[in-house]
Design a protein. Sequence first.
Length: 239
Amino acid sequence: MLTPLEFLRLTADPQRWNLLEELGRSDRTVGELVDLVGSPQNLVSYHLGTLRRAGLVSSRRSSADGRDTYYRANVPSYGDYLAKVGASLHGGVRLEQARRHKSYRSRVLFLCTGNSSRSQMAEAIARRVTDGAIDAKSAGSHPKPLHPQAIAVMAERGIDISEQTSKHLSRFVRSRFDRVITLCDKVREVCPEFDGAGSRSHWSMPDPAAEGSKEAFVQVAEELEWRIDLLADELGGRR
């Protein structure tokens, strides 16, 4: 755990700040970050290593191309650090996250390969977290039936997805979405452009069906919960 001063010193570097900004928008490979921040690969790799050792970013090997590694920002910890920074300067400083509300429903499409677990779980969690303020859909490039473990793990969280159905992503190509989010490295490689899509993000998440254990599905559900909670605040998707 970093001290407040250590956190400030790490994030005050312009290169690291730019990397954290880009990773806050989407999981990225080193090559993508090199292009986005305009720095040499060795410098980007150095800063990513520093941020990873500090626990501010983490990485996963790509399931589409094992030579690539996706980096992601560990955003939930940032609020804690910022709160500690404020409190260390003055005991009366408190950090409260603003909850924004919109008069219309944001539309989000979650994509993975089989549309059998990750994207289905994301669709259901988004509806629950936002009480329907986000109109969430899901689809896959090679749809499969819902995975029994996905149904069971979501049921333990009080969410019934047993009636949800798998769909091919082509169904939504001409639909308007505020955000299209790929949850699978493989589907990211084949994802088409969507008419009227506000923006695209990638969340590099392992396929729990490949491992098959309940714990793998639980880990996916937990990661989706914090990611979607942040997404809801970003899009103003709260009732």
